[in-house]
Design a protein around this ligand. Structure first.
Ligand code: ATP
Ligand code: ZN
Length: 304
């Protein structure tokens, strides 16, 4: 029997990620950094977990919330935009939530924005009354319009939303924006943000009640460590006791430094985990303030 056809095997965790697209590589890289590895299968839709009983299913991002709702997958990496759209749609149809965001993952950042033709003088949401708005996010748009008390026609399109005004299909659009270049290329300008989005780890509404619970807890602990150290560096240096109060303000992004007495001399050895960029400029500022022997080390793992 194919492994995909056996959702009853509840001692393994199954995570859905995007097969190809913006979130595919970063999702895999993040899970790998949590110590997961997989044996590639020939169909490349299912990857059997080798280091841990955690398998991957490679799918279209839009399918991920439904796979979790149906219990085919336990967890998924998907844009908050997709997750919230499908949850809003479920609830608007009178169904209960069947998945939720477990963790924000810090990549795939974008926003769901309302954009209007550049020629419009934007005066506020009331201007949308009676217009047609093209979107691939009809539930989120409808919810926002209802909240604003605006009666507008939602034109649902599955792609190429930005050209809808040019084609005469709509007056405005509600679409994902990151740099805004695509909107600008279509003579549109973003005027409102409906949702700030990024990739998230999605899971069921309630915790697992079998062997998957321990696996999921372990994965979350590792994920939290990986997310915390994502851009972090360990900074080590020496300084005299008197210099320390002048050095600490130069480390506003650091966790409380570990301070060690160096035997037989007056100086202290310090190490600090910095979560912001440790630039040459910063090292030079620290040196001027009395730090010596500065060493910047990459951080490979962290378990709080
Ligand atoms: P699939 O074939 O899996 O359905 P897709 O075309 O729907 O792929 P992508 O374009 O790869 O999906 O986008 C996946 C996710 O990346 C989006 O849902 C969103 O969360 C995020 N994202 C980040 N920046 C952008 C952007 N500028 N445009 C669209 N999505 C973006
Ligand atoms: Zn998609």
């Amino acid at each position: 029997m194919s492994p995909i056809a056996t959702p009853a095997a509840r001692d393994r965790l199954r995570i859905a990620i995007q097969k190809s697209g913006r979130l595919a590589d970063p999702a895999r890289a993040l899970l790998s950094s949590c110590g997961l590895s997989w044996r590639e299968s020939r169909d490349r839709l299912f990857c059997y977990g080798e280091s841990l009983p955690v398998d991957l299913l490679l799918v279209r991002d839009d399918d991920i919330p439904g796979l979790i709702a149906d219990g085919v997958c336990d967890l998924g990496v998907v844009g908050r935009n997709v997750l919230q759209e499908q949850d809003t749609d479920r609830r608007a149809g009178g169904r209960a939530s069947a998945f939720r965001e477990w963790r924000a993952l810090g990549f795939g950042g974008c926003r769901l924005a309302l954009a209007v033709p550049e020629a419009w003088a934007w005066e506020g949401p009331a201007q949308l009354q009676g217009t047609r708005i093209a979107t691939s996010y009809p539930a989120l748009l409808a919810q926002w319009l209802a909240g604003e008390g605006i009666d507008a026609q939602v034109v649902q399109l599955s792609g190429s939303v930005e050209i809808a005004p040019k084609l005469g299909q709509a007056d405005a659009v509600c679409d994902l924006v990151s740099s805004g270049a695509t909107l600008a290329a279509n003579q549109l300008k973003p005027v409102m943000t409906l949702l700030e989005s990024e990739a998230v780890l999605a899971g069921p509404v309630t915790a697992f009640d079998d062997a998957r619970r321990e696996l999921a807890d372990m994965l979350l602990r590792r994920l939290d460590g990986a997310l915390r150290i994502r851009n972090s560096k360990l900074l080590m240096f020496q300084a005299s006791r008197e210099a320390v109060p002048g050095l600490l303000p130069l480390l506003p992004d650091a966790e409380a430094p570990t301070v060690m007495q160096v035997d037989g001399c007056d100086s202290l050895a310090l190490q600090a985990l910095c979560h912001g960029a440790v630039t040459w400029q910063r090292l030079e500022d620290l040196k001027r303030a009395g730090a010596r022997g500065l060493l910047v080390l990459p951080v490979e793992g962290m378990l709080a």
